[in-house]
Design a protein around this ligand. Structure first.
Ligand code: CO
Length: 153
């Protein structure tokens, strides 16, 4: 089911999300809905608070990465840096340059509660940081160094 994506300005996007403790059918439905909602909106990442659910749940698919589901993610280490334009499905039509690490290692759980470890580089590292920030009520606009002019749309 496609869910409504909340926009910047919605107070729910500024909340700190709660840890997931129940790896049940409801979580699976949330993940499936978030993935469908992200694809329909042409995004590469979506965090649960963006659909109004204040839980530590993320879906990512950069294309190259395939479908990634992160429950209770914790960034373990990051190194290097990159400066690239970044956008957000909660703020369509705007992009800004944000400094992010080039590499991110994180641990999380999958939809069944099993521990997983992932390494992201470049765009995937960026997505890990952007989406993890959402779980703490942090939005990329807080970190924009310079806004980028969009010449299409
Ligand atoms: Co976002």
């Amino acid at each position: 089911m496609i869910r409504e994506i909340l926009k910047f300005g919605d107070p729910l996007l500024r909340q700190k999300c709660a840890e997931v403790t129940e790896f049940d059918r409801e979580l699976g439905i949330l993940l499936d809905d978030m993935y469908d909602t992200m694809l329909k909106a042409d995004g590469i990442g979506l965090a649960a608070p963006q659909v109004g659910v204040l839980k530590r749940v993320i879906v990512i698919d950069t294309g190259d990465s395939g479908r990634i589901e992160l429950i209770n993610p914790i960034i373990m280490s990051m190194w290097g840096s990159q400066y690239e334009p970044e956008g957000c499905l909660s703020c369509v039509g705007k992009r800004g340059i944000v400094k992010r690490p080039m590499h991110v290692r994180l641990k999380a759980q999958n939809r069944f509660g099993k521990p997983i470890k992932l390494h992201g580089k470049a765009l995937l590292a960026r997505a890990f940081c952007h989406e993890t920030d959402h779980l703490n009520g942090i939005l990329y606009e807080d970190k924009v160094i310079e806004w980028v002019e969009e010449d299409d749309k």
